[in-house]
Design a protein around this ligand. Sequence first.
Ligand code: 6PG
Length: 258
Amino acid sequence: MSLLTPPALSIRSYPTTGEVSVALADLFVTLSADAIQTRGRFTVGLSGGSLPKILAADLVKRGDAVEWDKLTVFFCDERLVPLDHEDSNYRLCHEELFSKVPIPEAQIHTINADLLDNADEVAEDYKDRLINVFAAMNSAKFPVFDLLLLGIGPDGHTCSLFPGHSSLENTVDWVISEENSPKPPPRRITLTLPVLNHAHNVCFVATGEGKQDMLKRVIDEKDQEIPSALVQPAHGTLYWFLDDKASAKLTSIDKSDQ
Ligand SMILES: O=C(O)[C@H](O)[C@@H](O)[C@H](O)[C@H](O)COP(=O)(O)O
């Protein structure tokens, strides 16, 4: 596949959020088994917002269907707050998922909370953590995640990549800081677009009526001003897992394909 070829695309919509959770758990189980068989481990990036709850709802019931000890977890973005702070994506994921399944704590890669005063140092340190894991696995210029799970904000942001921000033009770094996030809290780190676009699989999860208009701009209109529309994994598959409220205005969706 050439870099100019659009990614394989799978857009799915389900009547309820509960059904989105079941389908997402199915995807997680399938992709983890494939990755572990091929590469010996499953590297995943998690986002904050509504994603952890939707992901965990059914996944925590899957027991041995996932080889939890072969997971390596990073955060697609993280807020620069202590790890036990109510705004921490780690804390949210811990409450919803990590505390309920046997993922070894050492395989969950958090930001270094001792560096919180300096956002660039947190980003640099997080890049080093990625290098430690991915340099041993592949020689690509960017880490190649097995699965990145993303949300989309009402302004079309994903991770902490916001419309109009210079972060969207960054083509060289793996992790960057963002100190003016319009979504609170303002200080964050985020994976960059090239990291998102090198993944084997990227899956956006969006539910609820509030997402309708933005999904139309991103999926139907492919509006290049919107960060989420710039996520196009060159050699991977791009999934959209939606509920019927979120997908109501989409024309480019084939509900028979599910
Ligand atoms: O840390 C964050 O704020 C998130 O990673 C962010 O990118 C989130 O995924 C979107 O804002 C969607 O959030 P919802 O799913 O809650 O709408």
